[in-house]
Ligand binder design. Structure first.
Ligand code: DAV
Length: 394
């Protein structure tokens, strides 16, 4: 795929004749949480992004009154792509100016139909947001088994980078979760059909019963449903992560000394934990006041003297046009170390709250990239944070 079409993608790797990428000296893969000093990160790009046709998993997330529900599928306009890239490139620059290494995803042709023996859909999605796709667990990076059909091949945007990480850090392991089928059997198709006629009360009642359009047929999770806190891993059960997915995470990582916990929130569209319950520094969590934790789930935090503060209201009443996420991207921030946080520049209330909590706040202009897949945390994926695997919940 030509890089001319994807000017913001990472440039093709330099490789030996055998195809092996050259080693990038000093490169390290390691991260155990979202708040230790950030040294190396991937920032998404908006190049050539599409709005795919609806699929059974995406339908449940898209607001009923959104044009994306109907015939909106197609390439996003070049003007919105350019503006989103301006934001993402500016964010990357801010990080680089602070000495953080920034990589960008590689070029993939998202225009092509995505077809497997089990399904077909109009196009791919894009390589925003990397956080959904890549799960960095210690010295390994795992490509997640995502539930949107349009995102089935999204990992391809990271294959070359990950190959380079593998070659450059002798301890780094690149892994892939079992691939789902995403056939009609993977979804509650009757629910999908009925969805747009359900009231908020009805969708909330279903969500509280833990009934989603995704069934337990496939092993499914998005990496953004996984919150890493040293030895403890908290996974949200919701639209994008099913119980089989959580069982797989448990079986994979518990033998490595991790403890895996399931979390649920009173939320009628529970997708991704990073605009719902966010670690800020050791001992401090930020909770979305509209999405309380299920009963009994605060205990592990409170017993271990972690404070849970409620996030202030977002600055905006509505998300930007053609956005999949809610206004609560206000609390979707990127923490650079225990005292420094990047916050979207229009979220003045959220910035003030961080200031009062003792953080240096770096405003980042990113709202015009929200529609491409989320906020500052979504738009990034950890490669290396300094620090070790701590036991915060002994
Ligand atoms: O509030 O719409 C967005 C999370 C994106 N990773 C929300 C969840």
């Amino acid at each position: 795929v030509s890089n001319d079409l994807y000017p913001n993608a990472s440039s093709p790797l330099e490789r030996k004749d055998s195809g092996v990428p050259y080693v990038r000296q000093g490169l390290k893969v390691e991260s155990y949480n979202d708040f230790d000093p950030l040294k190396h990160v991937i920032v998404g790009i908006a190049d050539n992004q599409h709005i795919p046709e609806q699929c059974p998993a995406s339908n449940e997330k898209i607001p009923a009154d959104s044009p994306m529900r109907g015939g909106k599928a197609g390439r996003r306009t070049q003007e919105t792509i350019d503006r989103a890239n301006e934001c993402l490139n500016g964010f990357a620059k801010i990080l680089e100016n602070r000495g953080i290494i920034v990589d960008r995803p590689g070029a993939v042709d998202w225009h092509q139909r995505v077809t497997t023996p089990d399904f077909t859909i109009s196009s791919g999605f894009g390589c925003m947001p990397p956080r959904d796709c890549l799960l960095t667990m210690g010295k390994s990076i795992l490509m997640a088994p995502m539930s949107f059909r349009s995102r089935y091949f999204e990992y391809l945007a990271y294959v070359d980078l990950l190959r380079e990480y593998f070659e450059s850090d002798p301890e780094c392991l690149i892994e892939q979760a079992p691939r789902p089928r995403l056939s009609d059997d993977s979804f509650r198709m009757d629910y999908v059909a009925a969805y747009e006629f359900l009231s908020d009360e009805e969708t909330m009642a279903r969500s509280l019963r833990k009934e989603y359009s995704t069934k337990e047929t496939d092993i499914l999770f998005d990496a953004a449903d996984v919150m890493r806190l040293g030895k403890d891993i908290f996974v949200q059960h919701g639209l994008t992560t099913n119980l089989a997915g959580i069982r797989w995470i448990k079986r994979k990582y518990e033998p490595q000394g991790y403890r895996v916990h399931t979390l649920s929130f009173e939320d009628n569209h529970p997708i991704h934990i990073d605009a719902t319950f966010c670690p800020l520094r050791p001992g401090l969590m930020l909770l979305n006041p509209h999405r309380p934790l299920f009963k009994g789930q605060r205990e592990i935090f409170e017993k271990n003297d972690w404070q849970i503060v409620e996030a202030v209201s977002p600055a905006w009443d509505n998300p930007p046009p053609l956005c999949y996420s809610s206004t609560w991207l206000s609390m979707n921030t990127l923490i650079l170390d225990h005292k420094t946080v990047c916050v979207e520049a229009t979220e003045t209330g959220q910035m003030e709250q961080f200031d009062k909590l003792g953080f240096e706040v770096i405003p980042v202009d990113l709202r015009d990239a929200y529609a491409f897949g989320g906020g500052l945390h979504c738009a990034t994926a950890d490669v290396w944070r300094e620090g070790t695997r701590e036991d915060y919940f002994p």
